[in-house]
Design a protein around this ligand. Structure first.
Ligand code: TYD
Length: 135
């Protein structure tokens, strides 16, 4: 399964726009955790790893950044810069976040609680994981 961009609801209003996410409606999983990444110094890279189980949706609530998603064979770069788009990343994909603009804010909705054991942090281990889980 590939990473995909999800267009979120956007209620346009002269008073300011509003978007929202409801679990199992706009995104295909129940949300067990949310976290956000902010105050990223210029040039820093976050999240170079994969998750065995965690599925996630990443939203650029403010500013912009790129998410590079890698299935072990192909890499795809998604540039997020609108708060009404979410990037859905299924489990088992390597992903890295980079090119953060000043004051950017990345919201991550996760299908799991935080579990250290869910991380694959070695790229070779990730490639083994992909081979072992190929359908
Ligand atoms: P990590 O997932 O490695 O950050 P990133 O993917 O952005 O590079 O997490 C950094 C640290 O924060 C690590 O020590 C684990 C901790 N952490 C939690 O305790 N709970 C969480 O929900 C997350 C995402 C991280």
């Amino acid at each position: 399964m590939n990473a995909t961009i999800i267009k979120l609801p956007k209620i346009e209003d002269p008073r300011g726009n509003l978007s929202f996410i409801e679990e199992l409606i706009h995104i295909p999983f129940k949300i067990e955790r949310t976290y956000w990444i902010y105050d990223v110094p210029g040039g820093q890279v976050r999240g170079g790893h994969a998750f065995k189980e965690q599925k996630e949706v990443i939203v650029a609530l403010s500013g912009s950044f790129d998410v590079v998603v890698d299935d072990g064979k192909l890499k795809q770069t998604f540039s997020l810069n609108r708060s009404y788009y979410g990037l859905f990343i299924p489990s088992g994909l390597w992903r890295q976040m980079e090119n953060f603009s000043t004051n950017s804010l990345a919201l991550v909705l996760s299908s799991t609680h935080y579990k250290d054991e869910d991380y694959i942090i070695e790229y070779n281990e990730f490639l083994d994981f992909r081979r072992n889980n190929e359908k």
